[in-house]
Design a protein around this ligand. Sequence first.
Ligand SMILES: *Cc1c(COP(=O)(O)O)cnc(C)c1O
Length: 370
Amino acid sequence: MPVPLLDLRAQHATIRDDVVAAMLEVVDAQAFILGEPVAKLECEVAGLSRTRYAVGCANGTDAILLALRALDVGPGDEVVTTPFTFFATAGTIHNAGARPVFVDIDPATFNILPDAVAAAVGPKTKAVIPVDLFGQMAPIEQVQLAARGLPVIEDAAQTIGARRMIDGEWRMAGEAATIGTFSFFPSKNLGGYGDGGMMVTQDEALNTRLLKLRTHGSQKTYFHELVGYNSRLDALQAAVLRAKLPHLAAWSAKRRENAAYYDAALADVAEIRTPYVDPANESIYNQYTIRADRRDTLQAHLKERGIGSSIYYPLPLHLQPCFAYLGYREGQCPEAERAAHEVLSLPIYPELTQAQLDEVIGAVRAFYGR
Ligand SMILES: *Cc1c(COP(=O)(O)O)cnc(C)c1O
């Protein structure tokens, strides 16, 4: 029985009527740029994230870029971040004209190490970007302490609706950061039918700057106070996302249920380590990422049986050819490098059937002779 890593058609089948009706409304109105669906989605995402403001943009990459620009990050500045993330986290730092400074990760959660951030913050540091990897929040309150008052951009592309207990209170992904950024790429927990992104903040002045930056730096049409971008969230995407948003909590709960099922069924396989979730966190499991002995052979074994899996991420960003000019060498972020050799993400999407879960479990167990 084939088990894809992600089956978007299975999800679409459960919501087709609602999504198609929402898209048709936009098509019939012929109002495609920003407008009501975008404004309403911004309100809803701000509500979910418990932030005062939310600003839609073209994708999750631009969300980080616009956040950096809103904070005046540019040439001569350094931004401290993790090398174990999707490329966009650091590509945007480069594209803003600043220099990425990579620090190592916590091997248990794969998220950035606050102590390493503290050691890397210097006179040129202008911001810190922790990433909420695979669905659980980075220790944002510890990163903020390590950042010593500098702005913190929380790359929450994989983590919309996740939460973390901080000082006895639940905090949503994006809530505590200076600016939080989301992606609506189709494979994220809240995925559009195309590209999309959003930024959230509690700060009125930053909200105003983000609104300007997404429309060429202008608030009043044809008057430009700064040079911005054309980075708007499409009304069609906003309509799709509004139809999907009411399902997000149940979908993420189903992912947690699937994760718990895998955890129990794979607990005795000593050659793999199932994901560790910080007890302060509630993960939304954008990925279910194990560490595995003989990882590449396991992946080939799964592929032979029609089971999808993926390596997020095979080469840490400090070792990417495009960042050779930064001068990093192997051994400088040993935990990120080790993770890159050991991680494998297994199918975790909410529409997986019991039989599919059992198929994955059986194949992994068989590989290690259980
Ligand atoms: C997906 C992702 C992004 C980029 O989002 P896009 O919408 O694809 O531009 C940025 N950071 C992380 C960690 C991501 O997973």
